[in-house]
Design a protein around this ligand. Structure first.
Ligand SMILES: C[S@@+](CC[C@H](N)C(=O)[O-])C[C@H]1O[C@@H](n2cnc3c(N)ncnc32)[C@H](O)[C@@H]1O
Length: 285
């Protein structure tokens, strides 16, 4: 199945459901690019920007920005501070500049004729995409490397493989919108300091999922649950409170590379803690 037909199947579904000539937008000359041009319906644009919670401090980048509709809507309808679109096709860039002019938002918007695999979008606080899963997967390592933890990514229809979305919605029964939040990098061995007690913990990370253990009092306590939401990490282990075995819930912020600060909640008590990364995770060979 070629790229155009992969796009045309969901688009054909849209066509049948909404009786709109969307499939006709995938122009034959688009075959030369990684993804053909198919615009996101404005209702879906609104859903994507709502899901990303776009606000006045945000800087949005749309990768493969088409006629500029997501970029323009981010500024005009959601009050984003600035927004940029990157598209490889000069026809799309011309259309986008014209559309931004008509919308009266040229002061806060820029369109770049460039390849998304080469362009630096690291200043984004929100990233939007209507690409293909295989293109998302090719972008994924760079997204995780260059974007700040907490950056929101929204995608129309195409997912990120085993990086599970933090939120997903289906519109009109067939159109999907996904949200991911870039997680901080916390994988490794750490030393916790809580009051006068110091002890090691292991944090193992699979995107936003966290597992690991706490090594305390000669015992290893594996986490029951663990999750990252940008820079916020939460995990639950067990601890001894006198003779009782009680939950120990750790809530912390990744305050810098190799530094966590937060609270441990044990048996109704809250104990502040700090942790410092001491090495790689033991599972990394
Ligand atoms: C499906 S359209 C999405 C348009 C817009 N984001 C929207 O949702 O309405 C994909 C766009 O990506 C552009 N594109 C394809 N490959 C690209 C690449 N390597 N770098 C930049 N843009 C690319 C195409 O020209 C097309 O406009």
């Amino acid at each position: 199945m070629n790229i155009v037909s992969k796009f045309v199947i969901p688009v054909l579904a849209a066509f049948l459901m909404a009786a709109m000539p969307l499939a006709s937008h995938a122009a034959p000359e688009d075959d030369q690019y990684d993804v053909p041009y198919v615009p996101t319906p404005m209702k879906t644009v609104a859903r994507m920007l709502e899901m990303a919670k776009v606000k006045p401090s945000d800087i949005l980048y749309d990768l493969g920005s088409g006629d500029g509709r997501i970029v323009i809507s981010a500024v005009r309808d959601f009050g984003a501070q600035r927004a940029s679109g990157i598209d490889i096709n000069p026809i799309r860039i011309r259309e986008s500049n014209e559309n931004a002019r008509k919308a009266g938002v040229t002061d806060k918007i820029k369109f770049f004729e460039a390849n998304i695999f080469e362009y630096d979008f690291s200043e984004a606080t929100v990233l939007s995409m209507y690409l293909l899963t295989e293109v998302n997967l090719k972008l994924r390592p760079r997204i995780l490397q260059i974007l700040k933890p907490g950056t929101r990514i929204v995608s129309h229809d195409f997912d990120m493989g085993e990086w599970e979305p933090d939120e997903a919605a289906t519109m009109d029964g067939f159109r999907h919108v996904y949200l991911w939040i870039v997680p901080a990098q916390i994988d490794g061995t750490w030393e916790v300091t809580a009051g006068s007690t110091k002890y090691p913990i292991v944090l193992e990370q699979f995107f936003q999922r966290v597992s690991g253990n706490v090594q305390l009092g000669g015992q290893t306590h594996p986490f029951r649950t663990g999750r990252l939401d940008g820079v916020n990490v939460i995990f639950e282990a067990r601890a001894q409170d006198g003779t009782r075995d009680v939950p120990a819930i750790y809530r912390a912020n990744a305050v810098g590379p190799g530094a966590l600060e937060g609270m441990i909640e044990i048996g109704g008590k809250k104990i502040p803690f700090k942790a410092r990364r001491t090495g790689p995770s033991p599972s990394i060979k």
